[in-house]
Every structure is written in C-alpha cells, then in structure tokens.
Design a protein around this ligand. Structure first.
Ligand code: URA
Length: 230
C-alpha cells in the first residue's frame, strides 16, 4: 500500500499529517528515508517514524519442494499428508502454494508467504513457462504437438488454452511446456486424445528448475537469483 495511506491508517495521523511527515523526511523504509508519498510499502518491510517502529516487517519465505506422489497440494487436509507437513519450519502458518500439483503428480512446488510474488509466477497473463514430463498409457502421435500448439477448447471454463509446446521424447513420453495452469490441464489435454496420463512430473516454473539434489519430499530455500527471476 502507498506510504501516505499506510500512515493515515493509524488513527493518530490525518492524511495531511501523513504527507507532512513524509515530506519532512521523517519516514524510513528498511533504513532509507522515503519522501515519496506514493512509495509502495510491503508487508515485509520495516517502517519507522523517526526512531519509532511502525511496522517490524515479516520475513519473506520462499521454498522449493520436490513434491512426492501421494502428498496433497494443500495447507491442511483430513485424509492425506500435505506438502506443508513436509516442511520442518517453525513459522508455517502464513505459507501458501504458488501453483498446485495433483495428488499423483510429483516435482517442483513453490511455497511462499509473498502473495505478490506467487501471483507473478502463476497468473496466465504473466506467460511463465511450466514444464512437465508426461508418461502416457497410449502412444503419442505426431498430431498432438500441432493440436497443443493451436490450443484446446475447455468448455467448462469457456476458454481456449494458450499455445503449448510438446517435445516427444519416446512413444509414451513427452515434455510439455504450458504458459498457464488450468485445472488438471495436462491430463485434460491428453484426455482430448483419450490418452491417460500415467506419470506427471513438473520440472520447472519460469526460470526456477527443480534442484536435482532434492529427493522426493526434500526442500530448500530459493536463492536470491531464483527469487528475483520471477
Ligand atoms: N496438470 C495436471 O493435469 N495435473 C497437475 O498436477 C499439473 C498440471
């Protein structure tokens, strides 16, 4: 939220007080004086008025998890273990998933408490590639790549999928790159050919690749470069 709005949300500061305090150089965000009332303050930033702390700033968390098959992509569930159960971290309450995977899908899952960041990687408008390794029941024919490139009509959402790239790796195996993440999208796309997906594994999202050092169920924090790539 804008710095002037952030300040005037405190009952003791009117809008005019807020503007005056800011232009007098009395506000500091993460230690630096900010004089622009339009400056966007984030929940992760430390905000001070002179020496008084107005917002301590939560620490932002960014994790990559190698999701195993059989663990549900949710923060709580009655029946199955959840991906959050795999995180051995004290402060898990604020975390959410940046894009889900089905129960029987494995691979890269991103977990964070930064809603703006997760929207940037998941929203279809951002066109971030999501790469999947797909194993199928029936053979994959040449026609698939052309149909996926053209887009498929999903009646339920009344939309046509964005052009997707298919690289056939074997008779029953392919790498599929999507630029959006619709519900059960990969399975529905192969379902168009009545071909059941038997194994599905996400390799990457945007420029973030699943770390080959992570065994299923293991996780690590994202590097500064991975966070900044989104
Ligand atoms: N598409 C699917 O069908 N399932 C997933 O888990 C991810 C993409």
């Amino acid at each position: 939220m804008r710095l002037d709005r952030f300040l005037s949300n405190f009952p003791r500061f009117s809008r005019q007080d807020s503007r005056q305090l800011i232009s007098a150089g009395r506000l500091r965000v993460d230690g630096a004086i900010v004089r622009d009332p339009r400056f966007e303050v984030r929940e992760f930033q430390r905000v001070q008025l002179d020496d008084e702390l107005l917002q301590a700033g939560r620490s932002a968390q960014y994790w990559m998890l190698h999701k195993p098959v059989g663990v549900v992509s949710a923060t709580c569930h009655d029946e199955h273990r959840t991906v959050l159960d795999l995180l051995d971290e004290a402060d898990k309450r604020d975390l959410h998933l940046a894009g889900r995977l089905d129960l029987n899908t494995s691979g890269l899952l991103l977990i964070t408490n930064d809603g703006r960041w997760s929207r940037r990687i998941t929203q279809p408008q951002q066109r971030k590639p999501k790469v999947y390794l797909v194993g199928t029941e029936q053979a994959i024919t040449e026609e698939y790549a052309e149909v996926f490139e053209r887009g498929l009509y999903f009646a339920y959402e009344d939309l046509t999928t964005l052009p997707a790239r298919l690289e056939v790796l074997g008779s029953h195996c392919a790498r599929l790159t999507l630029y959006e993440g619709r519900y059960h999208q990969v399975k529905r796309m192969f379902g168009h050919f009545r071909n059941r997906v038997v194994t599905l594994h996400r390799e990457s999202m945007g420029e973030i690749h699943l770390d080959p050092q992570l065994a299923p169920g293991q996780y690590r924090s994202l590097s500064a470069a991975e966070i900044a790539s989104v």
